[in-house]
Design a protein around this ligand. Structure first.
Ligand code: FES
Ligand code: FES
Length: 153
């Protein structure tokens, strides 16, 4: 059965089972590997993508659930908040092994798109589901504050 969606601005029709996890469709069918598989149980955030701008866990989302919607992965992330986040990530050298980082950036960008001046509690709430085995949490929080400041000019 074909599932139609917009992926990073491109209209696609994927000939996949309805219940295939969106993550499998993105990585295995389309071949975009920036979105990572961590736990497969909505526990780590490595697989975070945006659906109509909202961060979701693609490992537990059936591809049919995003039919007709706009899906954005790390490869297609654009806009002021995304640029500010990625610049801050580079400046503060946030990643260690890097495995969790595309998910972290997706969540951080969604946060700053909705809340241009988050406090620590806002950051904790938004980033709570994104696990980093290398424990880069302090740098992530600092980078979000740096990105927020740059967005405010
Ligand atoms: S792989 Fe989806 S939340 Fe861990
Ligand atoms: S940078 Fe290694 S898991 Fe986060």
């Amino acid at each position: 059965m074909a599932v139609s969606l917009s992926l990073n601005g491109k209209d696609l029709s994927l000939d996949v089972p309805d219940d295939m996890p969106l993550l499998w469709a993105i990585r295995g069918v389309v071949g975009l590997t920036g979105t990572k598989f961590g736990c497969g149980m909505a526990q780590c955030g490595a697989c975070t993508v945006h659906v109509d701008g909202q961060p979701i866990r693609s490992c537990i989302t059936p591809v049919s659930a995003v039919s007709g919607q706009k899906v954005t992965t790390i490869e297609g992330l654009q806009g002021k908040a995304a640029q500010a986040v990625q610049a801050a990530w580079v400046r503060l050298e946030v990643p260690q092994c890097g495995y969790c980082q595309s998910g972290q950036i997706m969540s951080a960008t969604a946060l700053l798109t909705q809340n241009a001046k988050p406090n620590d509690a806002d950051i904790n709430a938004a980033m709570n589901g994104n696990i980093c085995r290398c424990a880069t949490y302090q740098r992530i929080r600092a980078a979000i504050h740096t990105a927020a400041k740059s967005l405010q000019g």
